[in-house]
Design a protein. Structure first.
Length: 319
């Protein structure tokens, strides 16, 4: 454990993250309303979110030099989102400013932790191919590039292609999940990050009835992943850790057990840590092991970006 945590002190690399920033309007309620129904809720909170913003914040907090590329609107949420990212240490100078609202989500959470989420892309829809092409030199200055699918798919594909041409490592988070990844995007990306359910859908694999993912034939799954187009992939297993496919090698990453308070944004902190690790010269396996600690720490606090720890805080929590 301590050998992996010691690697937090080695995080120094440059990372480019391209995509979404959202203001999360979150309210808790005893139960979620039915159609046409009104229920009482607690205080409304506005929290910084968006998968790309979260991933950038997580990587920056543990020491990576992170640039984010995306778009915010002309509303008060734009200053709020950029301010929170700056606090986390993210370089936001390349973010595009457009007229209209920034990206938002409206989230209702019930007493059992179940939620409903409505996503309004707002300015995120204006992260165009033309914009990222104008930012090509700044994007490809980093050896590691992080992508998710909260931006237009043509833009994501264009960035992956420019990353491939520049010799950068492109990490693709297939989330929000789609079974229809463009062939060009697959060919231009190096590493795929998905959860176990997404992986099963993508590769046409039946999930284990008893939820025993350790009983699966991971070498056969790796062969299917290779055939799909990825020699490297990380499959997260929720509270059960993750599996790293690295060419012909399979690595089972054990979970880090904590008393979870809120798992919002934990997957994004996992992704951000892998980006930070890879950019700092760590292997994919070591990056995923470190990500287990960083995401476990995030689960012990509320919110997404608000729950992310610095290297010192994570050291202290697991010392």
């Amino acid at each position: 454990m301590h050998d992996i945590l010691a690697k937090l002190d080695d995080i120094h690399g440059a990372v480019s993250v391209i995509g979404s920033m959202n203001a999360d309007y979150t309210v808790s309620t005893e139960r979620l309303p039915g159609p046409g129904e009104t229920v009482n809720g607690g205080p409304l909170q506005v929290l910084p979110g968006g998968k790309s913003g979260n991933q950038a914040a997580a990587a920056a907090r543990i020491g990576a030099n992170v640039r984010i590329f995306g778009a915010v609107g002309s509303d008060a949420n734009a200053d709020f989102l950029l301010g929170k990212l700056n606090e986390a240490g993210v370089d936001t100078q390349y973010v595009r400013h457009v007229l209209g609202p920034s990206g938002t989500t409206v989230i209702a959470v019930d007493a059992n932790g179940e939620n409903t989420i409505i996503y309004s892309p707002g300015s995120n829809a204006q992260v165009t191919v033309e914009y990222v092409e104008s930012m090509k030199d700044a994007i490809t200055a980093a050896p590691t590039i992080g992508l998710c699918l909260e931006s237009p798919i043509d833009t994501v594909t264009a960035v992956a292609r420019m990353g491939r041409e520049a010799g950068a490592t492109v990490l693709l988070n297939n989330s929000p999940f789609t079974t229809e990844l463009p062939r060009e995007l697959i060919e231009a990306s190096d590493i795929l990050l998905v959860n176990e359910h997404e992986m099963a859908q993508l590769l046409g694999i039946n999930e284990p009835e008893d939820d025993d993912w350790d009983g699966m034939d991971w070498h056969a799954i790796a062969d299917k992943m290779h055939d799909y187009g990825f020699r490297q992939a990380v499959i997260t297993l929720g509270g059960d850790g993750s599996v790293v496919i690295d060419g012909d090698d399979i690595h089972r990453i054990s979970p880090v057990r904590v008393q979870a308070r809120d798992t919002t944004g934990c997957g994004d902190s996992f992704m951000g840590t892998i980006l930070a690790g890879l950019s700092s010269g760590m292997t994919l396996m070591d990056s995923a092991q470190l990500a287990s600690y960083v995401s476990a720490y995030a689960a012990t606090n509320y919110g997404a970006q608000a729950s992310y720890g610095t290297a010192a805080q994570i050291h202290a929590a697991f010392a």
